[in-house]
Design a protein around this ligand. Structure first.
Ligand SMILES: *[C@@H]1O[C@H](CO)[C@@H](O)[C@H](O)[C@H]1NC(C)=O
Ligand SMILES: *[C@@H]1O[C@H](CO)[C@@H](O)[C@H](O)[C@H]1NC(C)=O
Ligand SMILES: *[C@@H]1O[C@H](CO)[C@@H](O)[C@H](O)[C@H]1NC(C)=O
Length: 456
């Protein structure tokens, strides 16, 4: 039953692209079972990396699709590809796209290119997105988010647990709009692989909170905040492992302070050896084949922390996955390198000895931590420092990859839209600029492709 028109502000849903990608293993016919829907398009088209997107006109994912198909008036040069960004669907009431997926974890990616579609102003859209009973976005103003981050387009990636056989993604107007709202979504979901939690993550206590946050529930919804190839070069979606189409970004924009450590690549005679506990889909070899360490000078290392500063939304818990792999001789024995991992200035791990954890050189391993970010806090701090308690041979610390996922709180992942810095009011402080640049790097990179894998 349709709600009475007067009860809702008019929703103009600009569905740029709705893509659902199901990366079910064994299905090689349709690019690993990925579904991609290019909203507002009537025929299929390929993007610049050769991936095919279906139009949503007469699509099996969008029966009786309503709204108006529209094109963006101009193509921003930063768009990775015209497909799927340049078309959108403008709705005036809520609409649900349905994708048949196997029960399990699904990656859902939404692509937004705020523009004036069908004569609507780019800033007029205010909408929410829900899937699987979780509010992913609420009162979302894609135009404002893009302005705040100084980007032309946005990609939001979620990892959702689908218990039934279908993933329903609903776009709806927000009640607080200016009488109308419109939106520009693109969807891509990858199923069959989740963030695999082999073991419960280490749960850190929030600073000042009385109780530790609950551990990650197997069916929790997550939003990818960061996925970094630490000390390495960005990995584009097409180069990700297992056709998961994740983007792995450069970590350098997030390093705090002047000490960047030293980035390095593996010795040529070291191979990355995956195992049953760390299979290739956890992260591509290019993530493990490079790293950033504190550097060769022990005394210098003892005097600083190698620190990453990651802007996040307050009031949520975050799952941090740190990827490690020793990739250079002579380090192949126990107690050659041992270090602390600090998260938000708390000791998450002491005596981190990657050889002990992984079993040898060239063997990838990861460690998961969950931390609560309380009201008022806007950055997640991740820091490394040598642990000299066991008198290791080298006073050093290193990291190969870092993923940060926001965990659902009650039934939502949505957070308020970031504020647009006001240069007139001095709002564009160095910190704000640095933050927006960092966000740009992370989100822009995410746009190329995809999502994340949580755990098993
Ligand atoms: C969305 O954000 C833009 C830019 O900040 C603003 O001009 C516009 O009024 C906002 N739209 C709504 C519906 O709030
Ligand atoms: C960590 O410590 C630094 C330096 O003392 C401080 O500026 C920062 O706010 C702290 N971060 C958190 C999350 O407590
Ligand atoms: C490194 O970070 C930890 C946790 O915030 C802090 O206790 C320690 O003083 C820092 N060390 C240096 C050398 O900055």
């Amino acid at each position: 039953m349709a709600p009475p028109a007067a009860s809702l502000p008019r929703l103009f849903l600009l569905a740029h692209v709705v893509a659902v990608a199901v990366a079910a293993s064994g299905d090689t016919t349709t690019a690993a079972g990925q579904f991609r829907v290019n909203c507002g398009a009537s025929v299929w088209a390929a993007d610049s990396e050769g991936r095919v997107w279906d139009g949503d006109d007469a699509s099996r994912f969008a029966p009786f699709v309503s709204g108006v198909a529209a094109g963006a008036p101009r193509e921003d040069p930063s768009l990775p590809s015209a497909v799927p960004y340049m078309t959108a669907r403008v709705f005036d009431s809520s609409y649900t796209y349905s994708f048949l997926v196997r029960p399990g974890r699904v990656f859902l990616r939404l692509y937004f290119y705020p523009a004036a579609y069908a004569g609507r102003g780019a800033g007029d859209a205010l909408f929410g997105v829900a899937a699987g009973g979780v509010t992913l976005l609420r009162g979302f103003n894609a135009s404002q988010a893009a302005l705040a981050l100084e980007v032309a387009y946005l990609v939001r990636e979620f990892s959702l647990y689908v218990s039934a056989g279908s993933l329903d993604v609903t776009f709806a107007p927000s009640s607080s709009g200016h009488g109308h709202a419109y939106l520009v979504p693109a969807i891509n979901a990858v199923g069959g692989r989740g963030p695999c939690l082999k073991a419960p993550p280490h749960v850190l206590w929030a600073r000042g909170s009385a109780r530790p946050p609950r551990a990650l529930l197997p069916d929790a919804a997550l939003q990818t905040m960061y996925r970094l190839n630490v000390g390495g070069t960005p990995v584009s979606p097409g180069d990700d492992s297992d056709l998961l189409y994740r983007s792995w970004d450069d970590d350098a924009p997030y390093i705090f302070g002047a000490a960047f450590g030293v980035s390095y690549v593996k010795d040529s005679n070291v191979g990355i050896q995956y195992s049953a506990s760390v299979p290739p889909y956890v992260a591509p070899a290019s993530v493990y084949a490079s790293a950033r360490s504190m550097g060769p000078a022990a005394q210098f290392n003892l005097n600083y922390n190698l620190t990453w500063l990651l802007p996040v939304d307050a009031g949520f818990r975050y799952l941090l996955r740190l990827h490690f792999c020793e990739i250079r001789y002579p380090i192949r024995r126990l107690n050659q390198r041992s270090f602390y991992v600090y998260v938000n200035n708390q000791t998450a791990q002491e005596g981190m000895d990657v050889i002990a954890l992984s079993g040898g050189i060239g063997r990838p391993v990861y460690a998961d931590y969950v931390v609560a970010v309380t009201a008022g806090q806007t950055d997640l701090w991740v820091a490394l420092h040598p642990d000299v308690n066991t008198l290791p041979q080298y006073y050093d610390a290193f990291l190969n990859g870092l993923e940060v996922f926001k965990l659902q709180t009650y039934d939502r992942l949505a957070a308020p839209s970031p504020q647009v810095p006001d240069p007139e009011a001095g709002g564009s402080s160095n910190a704000a600029q640095a933050r927006s640049k960092r966000n740009v790097a992370a989100w822009a990179a995410a746009a190329g492709g995809l999502v994340a894998v949580l755990v098993g």
